[in-house]
Design a protein around this ligand. Structure first.
Ligand code: ATP
Ligand code: MG
Length: 241
């Protein structure tokens, strides 16, 4: 990680855990450029309203090709975005190159960067992780998700990880809470503020950031508060020890 860049990478070795939700909202709250390194549909690029089918070129793939910072897209009540492209799946640059590029782009833009990633270990995800000042790992309290987290803690032990329990039910499952406690203690990794399960999120079709409301509607308030707490923890991560 370069000293003068501020990159937050959102990484998990499991799909559907809340990476894209956190990446989108953190980017909005931190006034960062959101770089989408997940080539599958159903991620932040689509949520933002970008359709690669309507475009001839891909800003992301062109930027990797040329080694030059792409121009982020601007939206209303949405983060600045470098959208992804399906061809990234088979055209992933090596991890070191991805990391170097992200740092160079962050420097060129002169603002923080948040990176959303494809689930699991792949070149772009390793690149994002090694460029990160913070590597945020959303983790539901469930068997397979904790299994995947354990694998990730093994593999990325020396990265600046921050675990964020996500989709936490009103009554958190005691056995899973205990297991998470054991995992993070063994790995010496900090746990950030949790995000509860909010039933309406799964069917939400609105593109603006959840945290972009002013005033904040009653239904959104609890999630808005939780996401702001995560953003604060990310801001302060490793900065006052
Ligand atoms: N705290 C939450 N409460 C309720 N639903 C949530 C919560 N966090 C995420 N979701 C929902 O779970 C689904 C998966 O979330 P998201 O797309 O952010 O995960 P992901 O890790 O990016 O998935 P993928 O690996 O497929 O990219 C989405 O429908 C999202 O709205
Ligand atoms: Mg995603």
């Amino acid at each position: 990680m370069a000293e003068d860049t501020d990159i937050t990478s959102v990484v998990a070795y499991k799909g559907g855990v809340g990476k894209s939700l956190l990446a989108y909202e953190l980017a909005y709250l931190l006034d960062a450029v959101l770089v989408d390194l997940d080539w599958d549909r159903g991620g932040v690029t689509r949520q933002w309203g970008y359709r690669h089918e309507d475009r001839i070129r891909s800003p992301l793939l062109d930027a990797f090709d040329k080694g030059k910072a792409p121009t982020p897209l601007q939206g209303y009540r949405k983060p600045l975005l470098v959208p992804s492209h399906p061809d990234l799946a088979t055209n992933q640059p090596p991890a070191d190159y991805v990391a170097d590029q992200l740092e160079a782009w962050a420097q060129a833009w002169g603002r923080p960067v948040v990176v959303d990633t494809h689930p699991g270990g792949c070149e772009t995800t390793y690149g994002a992780a090694s460029a990160g000042r913070v590597v945020v790992c959303p983790s539901p309290l469930a068997t397979k998700e904790l299994e995947a987290l354990e694998g990730m803690l093994d593999e990325l032990a020396d990265y600046p990880l921050l675990i964020v329990p996500n989709k936490v039910p009103r009554v958190p499952p005691a056995a899973e809470v205990a297991r998470l406690g054991r995992l993070v203690k063994a790995a010496k990794v900090p746990v950030g503020p949790p995000v509860s399960f909010h039933y309406w999120l799964e069917r939400r079709k609105i593109r603006v950031a959840v945290t972009s409301y002013d005033p904040v509607p009653a239904r959104v308030k609890a999630l808005d508060d939780e996401l702001r707490a995560v953003a604060e923890t990310v801001r302060g991560y490793g900065r006052h020890t």
